[in-house]
Design a binder for this molecule. Structure first.
Ligand SMILES: *[C@@H]1O[C@H](CO)[C@@H](O)[C@H](O)[C@H]1NC(C)=O
Ligand SMILES: *[C@@H]1O[C@H](CO)[C@@H](O)[C@H](O)[C@H]1NC(C)=O
Ligand SMILES: *[C@@H]1O[C@H](CO)[C@@H](O)[C@H](O)[C@H]1NC(C)=O
Length: 637
């Protein structure tokens, strides 16, 4: 596939910040700032209260390209109401909103509960895609770049308990060659419209797709973060923990570990230490077991703050060509997914959450990858509770100018260059890695970090770009999980430059679809050749993180021609034949769980149809084949 990406580098003018701000995480400082003073996900505890700000908000588009327009200093124009959480693109019957490039504003009134006069309180945005700003009345109080990780504003000194204020969240969906994921804004030739281009194959949904919270913690002494690294020592389980508290903390740290019946099974004290569970019940794939790791700040016998983290005790290790969970070889079955559904776009939805996991269970999937960005924290917690194994991925997708949406017309520009993916992109990427790991470090379900999907690892500059990032991931994870990137088909074993920097090999391959289209015999030989090449070069386990064929549900063919349900089934069967011949293959994740929305183009009809389920989660024929295979593989017949 040779595709031209029109890089229009002059078209993005960085927004100027016209506001003094207490906590201002500006674009260029992003790499050095942490967006969360309190990392822990807001929740109700005996010492903390939580007010959901989900619901209908007022909504308006900013004037095109005018970052400094000031609708937030007053009420937004009356008219549009928008649900939170949801991407805004498909909500309104308005092409201008659907295609908008730039800032939008969400606004509502909020009352700080009267009872919080002795508390500290914060606004927490789970995700603003891809850049967000929080305004309290007229004041900018926080800014964050990166569309899939949380940020906050401490508003204690700005609004009194019992007082009402106007909360405005500005959200920008622009992608440039220095954002993660990257993109570029093109000015159209005849009408001068600003159009967002990007290399990744899913729609650039934007807005507030996850929850917004107002929550309280104790005013002076509060818990900011908990790190719980688990280990096993014979029959005992170990939790090596670190608790970070506010500067004003003078109380003692007390740790209590409860089992699922609520029985205390371990105790410890102090900000660092090891809690030992004498007879541990392990967290296992398909058989989750979670302890509550309860942290209290205690001052003269009074609990000042309390928070508990669900901790699954398990070990993860790469050994030769095996991937071990609790020292047993693990074989991944499952999918690359998307956060995607009709109307809501990437909006988090509890019904889809539960239903999707039901389908994973039904089909015998023991794992998925959070392709191609961190998913809502609720998804990670659900995976912890239901024993599903997760490959946790950053939003670094589309770092290859050699692929993308569009029509061919010349050689693509080099990916790694000052005008393309450059040192600023790398800084944004490092920040995305740190924020992902800071958020998800305690999840038992997470067994490895994927720091990028399909970068141009075959191109000049890839090694200089990725070597420091692999190190960022290793330094960021106190649990030292394996670190991977997901390899692009054209970066074959012959030309890839970075695989030795990582712990496993993750391959996305489309023999029989993007190449050898419709010819599964030829595709099988090509796949076999490629797999043998990787095996020869590296003594590492291999996971197929993508393989799949676009399939129109309901289209049938006695010849099993491409796009038919028969073709998808035979295509997957062919891959499985090859996998079964190679012990180095320790996992198969079909692309994709469900059909999903993309940019429309001449090769995309209402999105990508590689789903094993339709966008509304109906099984295609291949689902039944996969079910028979996977339930046998994972031993639930
Ligand atoms: C930008 O916003 C300012 C302040 O509201 C306004 O005066 C100006 O006309 C706007 N410019 C454009 C190009 O829309
Ligand atoms: C516990 O974690 C700390 C901080 O990461 C580390 O220095 C220490 O070696 C760990 N202890 C054990 C017994 O693993
Ligand atoms: C990154 O910075 C270094 C040192 O200034 C420079 O040599 C290199 O070309 C830059 N890389 C890119 C991709 O711009």
């Amino acid at each position: 596939m040779k595709v031209l990406i029109g890089l229009s580098l002059l078209s993005f003018v960085a927004p100027s910040l016209a506001f003094p701000a207490a906590q201002n995480y500006a674009r260029n400082d992003a790499a050095h700032q942490h967006p969360l003073h309190i990392q822990l996900k807001p929740k109700n505890t005996a010492t903390r209260e939580l007010v959901s700000l989900d619901g209908l908000w007022d909504f308006a588009l900013a004037q095109e390209g005018n970052d400094t327009a000031t609708p937030w200093t007053s009420r937004l124009p009356k008219g549009l109401e928008i649900p939170v959480p949801a991407s805004y693109n498909d909500i309104f019957i308005d092409r201008k909103i659907h295609d908008h490039v730039g800032w939008v504003y969400y606004q509502r009134e909020v009352i700080v509960p009267r009872g919080w006069s002795d508390e500290r309180y914060l606004i927490r945005i789970e995700a603003a895609t891809h850049e967000g700003r929080i305004y309290v009345n007229d004041e900018l109080v926080a800014e964050h770049v990166g569309g899939y990780t949380p940020f906050e504003a401490d508003i204690t000194s700005l609004v009194s308990a019992g007082e009402k204020f106007r909360l405005t969240i500005a959200v920008n969906n622009e992608l440039t060659h220095e954002t993660i994921p990257p993109g570029n804004i093109e000015i159209t030739e005849f009408t001068g419209k600003r159009v967002q281009r990007y290399q990744h194959d899913f729609y650039n949904y934007a807005g507030l797709a996850r929850s917004v919270w107002l929550y309280s913690v104790p005013r002076e002494q509060y818990i900011r973060d908990v790190v719980a690294v688990t280990g096993v020592d014979g029959a005992a389980g170990l939790i090596n923990y670190t608790v970070t508290t506010s500067e004003g903390t003078t109380g003692d740290i007390r740790i209590t570990v409860l089992d699922e019946d609520g029985t205390t099974v371990a105790e410890a004290s102090g900000a660092h230490g090891i809690a030992r569970i004498n007879s541990v019940k392990l967290w296992q794939p398909g058989a989750a077991y979670l302890y509550q790791f309860v942290v209290d700040i205690v001052d003269s016998d009074t609990v000042i703050d309390t928070y508990s983290v669900a901790v699954g005790i398990r070990t993860v290790k790469v050994s030769g060509r095996q991937f071990l969970i609790n020292d047993k070889p693990f074989y991944f079955t499952g999918f690359g997914k998307h956060e995607d559904s009709a109307i809501r776009g990437k909006g988090h939805d509890q019904a889809y959450l539960v239903h999707d996991f039901q389908l994973l269970d039904w089909i015998g999937a023991n794992s998925f990858r959070t392709s191609h960005y961190p998913y809502a924290e609720e998804v990670m917690e659900f995976a912890d509770r239901h024993g599903i194994v997760v490959i946790d991925e950053t939003p670094a997708v589309g770092l290859a100018y050699s692929i993308g949406g569009g029509v061919s017309g010349g050689d693509p520009p080099p990916t790694f260059s000052p005008e393309g993916i450059n040192n600023n992109t790398r800084r944004a990427h490092a920040q995305a890695i740190r924020e992902l790991i800071a958020r998800d470090k305690n999840h038992a379900s997470v067994v490895m970090w994927s720091i990028a999907n399909e970068p141009a690892s075959n191109e000049e500059g890839a090694r200089e770009y990725f070597a420091p990032l692999a190190q960022v991931a290793r330094d960021a994870d106190p649990a030292h999980r394996p670190v991977v990137f997901v390899n692009l088909g054209l970066a074959t074993y012959k030309v890839d430059r970075i695989t030795d920097l990582f712990d496993l090999i993750c391959l996305n391959r489309y023999f029989g679809w993007y190449s050898e289209t419709g010819d599964l015999e030829e595709a099988e030989a090509a796949l076999e050749e490629e797999l043998k090449g990787w095996e020869k070069k590296f003594e590492k386990p291999i996971i197929f993180t993508e393989y799949g064929a676009d399939t129109m549900a309901g289209l049938h063919s006695v010849f099993a021609l491409p796009w038919s349900e028969e073709y998808q089934t035979e295509f997957l069967d062919m891959y499985h034949r090859v996998f079964d011949r190679h012990d180095s293959v320790i996992g198969e994740q079909v692309w994709n769980f469900a059909d999903f929305q993309t940019n429309m183009g001449i090769n995309r009809v209402d999105g990508n149809k590689k789903g094993v389920f339709t966008r509304d989660r109906k099984p295609k024929a291949s689902a039944h084949n996969l079910r028979a295979r996977w339930r046998k593989l994972i031993g639930v017949e």
